[in-house]
Design a protein around this ligand. Structure first.
Ligand code: IPE
Ligand code: MG
Length: 222
């Protein structure tokens, strides 16, 4: 979800207004995914690098996130949606962590769709943590180095029980990955959309899925 700040700047508004408008896109895209029968929707809401932004902007984002969670808690459950969070959740404010923990627990048995929020998320940290935990297990003697397979490695990532994405959409026209799911997107189809995130709505999602439907996925084979 990229381009909130530029969207606001183009309108002479503070960046926080862009994030607020972006939250509206989140609502619409969530509902559209549900309608399409998407089983997992992962939103890159806050990266580990986003901690380097000015404190006021971080505060605005965390406040918006808290509001979003308060507003959506009941609805997610009613729609049979499970919430999961990936990232260095321990770095988030206590108010946000409490909400996440409560909603995750409350929705853990829902199975129509899983909404994955990537928060304080960085793929390099995720991969490094996995390597560290596997190294610890090897030193403790609970696994031997020849048992370290790609499957075992994947089970040590935050996404242990989340399938790899089929489709990755990035808005605002930027052609980069920005430390997002580096391991998991090895064979994902990528759609880059020029629109800023606050302008990305249901029709844009449908168009991206249409694009995806016309791709021929070969996974390195013929
Ligand atoms: C994406 O919009 C939202 C978050 C990172 C939370 P940006 O804030 O990155 O907006 P630009 O890229 O500065 O326009
Ligand atoms: Mg950006």
């Amino acid at each position: 979800m990229d381009g909130n700040g530029r969207w606001a700047k183009q309108r002479g508004l503070p960046r926080a207004e862009g994030h607020r408008a972006g939250a509206e896109s989140v609502r619409e895209v969530m509902n559209a995914c549900k309608e399409l029968g998407v089983k997992y929707l992962t939103l890159y809401a806050f990266s580990s690098e986003n901690w380097n932004r000015p404190e006021a902007e971080i505060d605005a984002l965390m406040t918006l996130l808290d509001h979003f969670l308060d507003e959506k808690a009941e609805e997610l459950d009613k729609q049979n949606v499970r919430l999961q969070a990936i990232g260095q959740i321990e770095r988030l404010p206590a108010s946000t962590r409490e909400r996440l923990a409560r909603i995750q627990e409350h929705t853990k048995d829902n199975d129509s769709m899983t909404l994955v929020l990537a928060l304080s998320y960085g793929s390099r940290e995720e991969i490094t943590n996995a390597a560290r935990r596997i190294a610890e297990a090897a030193i403790a003697g609970t696994i031997s180095p020849d048992e370290i397979t790609t499957d075992l490695f994947a089970r040590h990532l935050y996404t242990a029980d989340i399938p790899d994405p089929d489709l990755l959409i990035r808005t605002s026209g930027e052609m980069r990955i920005s430390n997002f799911l580096l391991w998991q997107i090895s064979y994902s189809e990528i759609v880059i959309v020029k629109k800023m995130w606050p302008d990305f709505r249901q029709g844009d999602l449908f168009a991206a899925v249409e694009d995806y439907n016309n791709r021929h996925r070969r996974f390195g084979a013929l």
